[in-house]
Ligand binder design. Structure first.
Ligand code: SDX
Length: 377
């Protein structure tokens, strides 16, 4: 690569601003803002429905707006029968994230606003996706358990309904509070890889379902939303707290990444970690959660000592979902069930920005190679 080329290629687009946004700000100093609100002021004081509304309508709802939005979500909390049948026909071996990716794309075939690209239609579509992505998740889990899918209850808040339909049992007050906080913490996060993928798709004026399908495929990767499942794999492999040091040092000696640690933007603690660690602490009366928590704290200490890096959102999120009774291959789907509100907000913002996101590649291949016809090759 020539001297000039090296200057223009920014590997991984690190610190490159691809567009302006007003939706969220990820402050490297360890703060996160949704539409200007510090998440520390939102978590524990708002319901997830308020944050989903904030992200797509750019303001927190008043009581009447929240009631109307909750009703809209409730009425969209069903899936066309063809989608349910398709979910029921997926092979047992299909990874849940692959099924979610397929069925969101499939859902686009049944959109009642097909062909209407007005702001009003896009807001209806955004609301529909916020309601239905969790429905695909709940339907898939209940189907794999050969259990019926409960009907949503009108009196439940959206995220409580999601957990109720996923588990088939009424969440208690603590579980309802956990799922609210969990989904608020996962709702948006600047130009992370899956959101950027959604924006690239939207920048061609492609539809919202295509953009969210791009996002799900991107979130699936273990360097992104797929990390939480790998965190639990790691915690399950480390049976005892005493084994942590040898296990972690082994990974580091092999130059392997510790799942659930590090971040492209944060140079300090991920501001979501304290909230997720707090959720786990609330479950430490349970022996399994206490054991997992102890291992997590030991790992956190060690990795900081050795690499000066912090846990990211996926680390304690894994233990929080374990405490909620979510199987680990569904962890990324819980991430997607919340992040969909951020994705659709960014898609709408990208439509407003109306510019094609198309970088260049620094070509370092050959030129003018002599062509030889196949007969002579
Ligand atoms: C999410 O972007 C977002 O906002 C994402 C997200 C969101 O809300 O959307 O926050 C959610 O995706 C969180 C990240 C989940 N992924 C993981 O937990 C996978 C493990 N993490 C790493 O792969 C890594 O930290 C990344 C991918 C998250 C960030 O990687 P970068 O910015 O490309 O950093 P890097 O790989 O260049 O590492 C910089 C240094 C290296 O050390 P040196 O080689 O220079 O000595 O830090 C080290 C790395 O080795 N490092 C790690 C590490 N992460 C970075 N070392 C061990 N384990 C790790 N996890």
């Amino acid at each position: 690569m020539s001297e000039d080329n090296e200057k223009s290629v920014v590997r991984g687009l690190r610190d490159v601003a691809a567009a302006e946004t007003k939706i969220s700000y990820v402050d490297p100093a360890g703060f996160l803002y949704y539409l200007g609100y510090n998440i520390d002021d939102l978590v524990g004081s708002t319901m997830y429905t308020e944050i989903a509304y904030l992200l797509i309508h750019k303001k927190l709802p008043n009581k009447q707006e929240l009631t109307e939005f909750s009703n809209q979500l409730y009425h969209e909390m069903y899936l066309p029968k063809e989608i349910v049948q398709s979910i029921q026909a997926t092979p047992e071996s299909a990874p849940p994230m692959a099924v979610l990716r397929t069925e969101v794309s499939h859902l686009g075939e049944f959109d009642p606003d097909e062909g209407d690209f007005s702001q009003a239609a896009n807001l209806r579509r955004a609301t529909r996706l916020i309601a239905r992505v969790p429905m695909i998740v709940a339907t898939l889990h209940r189907t794999r358990q050969n259990l019926p899918i409960p009907k949503p209850k009108k009196e439940y808040a959206f995220s409580k309904n999601f957990l109720y339909m996923f588990k088939g049992v009424v969440p208690d007050e603590k579980e309802a509070s956990v799922i609210h906080r969990f989904m608020i913490l996962h709702a948006d996060h600047g130009f992370n890889a899956s959101t950027f993928a959604a924006r690239v798709t939207a920048s061609t004026n492609s539809d919202m379902y295509s953009a969210v399908t791009s996002a799900i495929g991107t979130l699936k990767g273990p360097l992104h939303g797929g990390a939480s499942e790998k965190v639990m794999d790691m915690l399950d492999e480390i049976n005892l707290e005493e084994e942590v040091e040898e296990y972690i040092q082994g990974l580091l000696d092999e130059k392997k990444k510790i799942m659930g640690f590090g971040h492209r933007v944060y140079k300090a603690q991920d501001p979501r970690t304290k909230h997720l660690r707090g959720i786990v602490e609330d479950y430490c009366h349970r022996e399994r959660s206490q054991g997992l928590y102890n291992r997590c704290m030991k790992i956190e200490q060690l990795v900081y000592q050795r690499k000066q890096i912090y846990p990211n959102v996926d680390f304690y999120a894994a233990v929080a979902m374990d405490a909620l009774g979510v199987p680990k291959d569904f962890y990324p789907l819980f991430f997607a069930s919340a992040r969909v509100s951020g994705w659709v907000a960014h898609v709408i913002e990208q439509y407003e920005d109306a510019v094609l996101l198309r970088p260049k590649g620094e070509y370092i291949g050959d030129f003018n190679r002599p062509f030889v016809p196949i007969e002579k090759r």
